[in-house]
Write a protein that binds this ligand. Sequence first.
Ligand code: SF4
Length: 248
Amino acid sequence: MLKTLKILYHQGKQYIPDLTKARVPGIFRGRPEITTVKINEEELASVCPTGAIMVNPVRLDLGKCTFCNECSRLYPEKIRFTTDYKISTNDRSKLIIPEGSVHDLAIDQTLIRADIRRYLKGSLKLRQVSAAGDNSCELELNAAGNVNFDMGRLGIEFVASPRHADGIVITGPVSKNMAEALRMTYEAIPSPKIIILAGTDAISGGIFEGSPAIDRSFIEKNHIDLYVPGNPVHPLTFINGLIDLLGI
Ligand code: SF4
């Protein structure tokens, strides 16, 4: 009994009291900051495996970034990753971080469809489709519902059937094999419905961008309601993105 009490004491609280103010360890890579220090920009861009770095001036596309840290490791005076996990947005262009300023990645209120908040604010059920994902984002999305993050307290849950869902969360670059399954799953969801892209692979294709094995036509044709960057996404990035989108 004493042993059990000791374990409970050392474990402390098993849930995060305020999901909007939680702190993450310093090793976490979130929103990058880019200085105006002059360096060889072409050399900087060449170290990026996914072409996420653009030059003249330097910009970093979080939708393509795998958060490998190579740019920051080689050019610490130019790029630094902060622990700011609030990097979800509904505007794809905002994922491009410019140099020289603290970039605001907040949700653009003008882009939110009116029926999203009217119908889905109190209860949002989501169907997750791993479209050739590698299980990393899928694991983190699963963690969003555990006792620690407890996304369910906000009325947000994953469900098994698209017919019970209000939206779809896509992970992975969308392989040709999954393109039709993805389309059919989305069509089975009743309106109004939302589309969320979770992770670098889903947002841009990641390291698979341009591969003949992927088919991004579904993502290109449909309106995307939320982009959640990360490789993989952090549960707090996902949850805070939904809090902002739904206006909770
Ligand atoms: S951390 Fe992102 S931007 Fe930097 S080299 Fe890696 S993929 Fe490219």
